[in-house]
Design a protein around this ligand. Sequence first.
Ligand SMILES: Cc1cc2nc3c(=O)[nH]c(=O)nc-3n(C[C@H](O)[C@H](O)[C@H](O)COP(=O)(O)O)c2cc1C
Length: 400
Amino acid sequence: MATILNGKSIVLGVTGSIAAFKAADLASKLTQAGADVDVVLTHSAQRFVGAATFAGLTHRPVSTGLYESNSELGIDHVALARRADLILIAPATANVLAKLAHGITDDVLTATILAGSQPLVVAPAMDADMYAAAASQANVQTLKERGVHFIGPESGRLASGLVGQGRMTQVQDIIGSVRALLGKSGDMVGRRVVVSAGGTEEPIDPVRVLTNRSTGKMGFAIAEAARDRGADVTLITAPTALPSPAGISVIPVESAIEMRDVVQTACVGSDLLVMAAAVSDYRPADPADQKIKKSGDDPLSIDLIQNPDIIAGIKVDGLVKVAFAAETNDLIENADAKLLSKGVQMVVANDVTAADSGFGTDTNAVTFITPGREPEAMPLMEKLDVGNALLDRALPFLNK
Ligand SMILES: Cc1cc2nc3c(=O)[nH]c(=O)nc-3n(C[C@H](O)[C@H](O)[C@H](O)COP(=O)(O)O)c2cc1C
């Protein structure tokens, strides 16, 4: 799976917080995503986690001091500052924020930052009182005014046992924010994209719903692909177990009717709509107010009425529309028919019965169908790659 992190040079600064152990996971995940991760440890950080951990995870030398250079140049902070596409400090102590705010460069991390001009992202972690202290708040303010990107800190239970604002943001959200930031020079900057995801839930009674096997993975992957290319993304999702991706505006909905109304509003002023949600074709005509009870051995029948066709009903000038067609048979014929009936620029057909394809999997094999062109069958790919392939094919319509 090629994310925007692939081939990027990231300096990961780790400072002396209890949360330093989480930086090992961060370094590992960034490396797995294809980034070249140069870890810089402050002296305090080395009291919490060792350089060997990071060297082993990143397969690269770790910088531990101004006078213990690893670089060919012999000056780590200048070499790193020249190389990095982005500098990330996670966790960032109150101390490092203070030093950055005042231009102090008494270690390799702060010296690298002063020597570089790339985006700087910090994920603070500290006790709530340390974060709330007037000095820390003033430093945060100064750094924000200088364009430093803050991720968190979050509220929750802290290492001290107190509950308050000071927890480092979760690793997956830090990575999402870094991806979003790196995407700001992508080919979808200035584009507004609406994506729907998940399987709608149609109430039968207050405790039961009619739904389907969609997990939302495909729609979430498209939304993340668009975000990574610089788009301003709204993700409208039916109930799902997936965490909200960073840097994306997520609107949860339940039923098809709710999804239609929210999609309609979000599409005004947008450039592209991708309907990847599995929207129930039917809904119970008259959901019960109270839980339906068993009545002897009698069968139960529920009258269903048709839901509106959401994408066909969206009429916004200049909006490019892409519909997913999850099929179990006659894939191309059914998808072709949808191209006309839904008034869309592209249909993405997928056979949800195929191995490793469709609901719940991390991969998908789709066929892109556009008017006047032969269907384009894609190989089995990671869903993020499917998302990027879809956006590649949607972009020419946007640029018309
Ligand atoms: C057990 C322990 C945990 C600490 N956790 C934090 C923390 O989460 N955040 C913070 O700002 N400082 C924390 N400190 C204090 C910093 O380690 C200290 O301010 C140090 O000077 C930071 O140096 P550095 O910013 O160069 O890494 C902690 C200290 C100890 C002993």
